[in-house]
Ligand binder design. Structure first.
Ligand code: NAP
Length: 555
């Protein structure tokens, strides 16, 4: 394999192209370069950071603890970075990822402002041709798609959008310099995590804020607070222990706000056995922890409905106007969508300048030059903010023209079959192509940093193994991906995650026509990692390692 630092090497000399320079891309470049592979990352943005580069909307903040939402592979990095809050905001996370890129000295391997549009596999040479929007071509033996799970934004198909005379903003592409909403009439469309985080901040500036809600969200207040230096120093000294606990945990995280704090006794009480008085008492004593203080809330719809009632009561206790409070109460199972960690969301609706527009009572019909028309009203606006979500898990992959063996495209394959993968890492018929946090892996159902590190390390290990064996091609064996995807489906079948009343992006249900499949692996990162380790010990069981042959088959 050629030397890694040779930028002057011809493109076909590359071992690996990494697409994306977010959390996954940064680590992949570092890890693969360290193993002696020539590697080049191509990044659409003009900076590194991925999700934490693009989503610069006001209020954007991570929903697990900063100490956990960070790389664990380097103690030098852990010890050299200071978090200022327990749950970092977007600017701090973007600074962190830039700091890591510098510390690892990987910027010379990252080409910014380069959007990949097409990948084509050449069977005879076991090589991918990678094309960019600017028309450039690269060639590499392997491609690692570090393209993110929530990176392909959804532009709402609302007629007249292009006619709007004011400013249109997307939370997922928010201007780097920010935006001053002072004195403006603003609408936020969408009340998922992005909208719920942005609304309280915009509410403080806007003259009038219209919150256009199609589905109400389950939220809970963020426990975020400032971290004073002495406390942080003490936490930093305990990193080894934190990482060990993370690795032993279900989802690679120990301090997730809706989970019991570490060390607390396991939940034993069942809400289906509780009395109304006991549930009321739980709300009085535990507040927003109350719906999560029972063992069976996620077990079945009956138990879940009790948790929903507790949520309703909690919302009514904060939101003063009864009609607004009623409209803010969600109508789908608790926990089947991501529970949102918010900062003053419900309190915003007690402000005189914030108006909830319940789109269930009258959908948006068009956008006009002066504002939004719904079935019931017209809203005059200066600014439209879309927080309408993403084509999650698969969108960043299928938006590229990825053509594998025999001319089959990934887009067509997944549109017909759903996102069939082996371990969320590879797709049959697309040799030498890897997806980091692909569908079928724990990804968004886990601490993303932990999952990404595990995937990057698996891919790096596989490439090393291949090199040692003198092979050039790795792909799933026939049937391995079907088997894995079917197995993953059994873990989530008949849980509340797949309830008919749930239209989560986990299921692809936010995209009309997308195959309804629960995309992330539901069994947790711990068991997934163990399975991957078993597979490696069994000489990459389920993968086929081979040489390309002239017939175009790797037999
Ligand atoms: P989202 O959860 O998919 O929410 C999109 C919102 O837009 C929903 O309320 C949806 O309503 C609404 N919507 C979509 N199209 C619409 C239309 N045409 N008209 C009216 N409303 C429309 O997207 P997101 O808020 O960006 O969050 C996505 C995920 O990113 C989160 O679940 C989370 O995993 C991650 N995230 C995390 C954080 C964090 O960690 N703090 C912050 C932001 C995002 P329906 O529900 O009715 O479709």
């Amino acid at each position: 394999m050629p030397d890694t630092d040779e930028h002057s090497a011809p493109p076909q000399a590359l071992d690996v192209i990494v697409i994306g320079a977010g959390i996954a891309g940064i680590y992949a470049v570092h890890k693969l370069r360290g193993l002696g592979f020539s590697v080049q990352a191509l990044e659409a943005g003009d900076g590194v950071g991925g999700t934490w580069y693009w989503n610069r909307y006001p209020g954007c903040r991570v929903d697990i603890q900063s100490i956990e939402f960070s790389y664990s592979f380097s103690d030098d990095i852990q010890q050299s970075w200071d978090w200022s809050e327990t749950m970092a905001d977007q600017p701090e996370l973007e600074r962190y990822l830039n700091f890591v890129a510098d510390r690892l000295d990987i910027r010379r391997h990252i080409q910014l402002n380069t959007r990949v549009t097409a990948l084509t596999y050449d069977d005879s040479g076991a090589c991918w041709t990678v094309r960019t929007e600017a028309g450039d071509e690269f060639a590499a033996q392997f491609v690692v798609c570090a393209t993110g799970c929530l990176s392909e934004p959804l532009a709402p198909p609302i007629p007249g959008l292009e006619t709007f005379a004011g400013q249109i903003l997307y939370t997922s592409r928010f201007p780097a310099q920010g935006f001053d909403f002072t004195g403006k009439r603003v609408a936020v469309v969408g009340t998922g995590s992005s909208g719920v985080q942005a609304i309280p901040v915009i509410a403080e500036q806007a003259a009038d804020l219209y919150v256009m809600q199609r589905s109400a969200a389950y939220t809970r207040p963020s426990p975020n607070r400032a971290l004073a230096q002495p406390e942080w120093e003490q936490m930093k000294a305990g990193y080894a222990d934190v990482r060990a606990q993370e690795r032993a945990s279900f989802a690679g995280t120990i301090y997730f706000p809706i989970l019991p704090t570490p060390g607390s006794p396991p939940l034993t009480k069942r809400v289906v056995d509780s009395t109304p008085e006991e549930r009321r008492q739980a709300i009085d004593e535990l507040g927003w922890d109350a719906p999560w203080s029972w063992a069976d809330v996620l077990e079945n719809l009956e138990a879940n409905a009790y948790a929903g009632e507790m949520y309703a009561e909690l919302i009514r206790r904060v939101v003063v106007d009864p009609e607004t409070a009623a409209a803010l109460i969600p109508t789908y199972p608790v926990g089947c969508k991501r529970v949102i960690i918010e900062n003053g969301y419900y309190q915003s609706f007690n402000r005189e300048n914030v108006h909830l527009v319940d789109l269930k009572k009258g959908a948006i019909t068009s956008i006009e030059p002066a504002g939004i028309q719904t079935e019931q009203d017209f809203f005059e606006l200066d600014v439209l903010v879309f927080a309408t979500g993403f084509d999650a898990m698969t969108g960043a992959l299928t938006r590229m023209d990825i053509t594998g063996r025999g001319g089959r495209t990934l887009r067509e394959f997944w549109a017909a079959e759903g996102p069939v993968t082996y371990l969320g890492l590879q797709v049959e018929g697309f040799p030498n192509l890897f997806t980091v946090s692909g569908p079928g892996s724990p990804s968004v159902r886990s601490n993303m940093f932990q999952s990404i590190e595990q995937h990057v390390e698996f891919i790096a290990g596989a490439l090393e193994y291949l090199r040692d064996k003198g092979c050039r091609v790795i792909e799933p064996r026939p049937g391995a991906a079907d088997e894995w995807t079917s197995y993953a489906a059994t873990l989530v079948n008949s849980t509340i995650m797949e309830a008919d009343s749930c239209n989560s992006w986990f299921l692809g249900a936010n995209i009309p026509g997308k195959k309804r499949v629960f995309m992330p692996y539901f069994g947790g990162l711990f068991s997934y990692r163990e399975r991957c380790e078993d597979i490696v010990r069994a000489d990459y069981e389920g993968f086929e390692l081979s040489e390309p042959d002239a017939e175009g088959s790797t037999g």
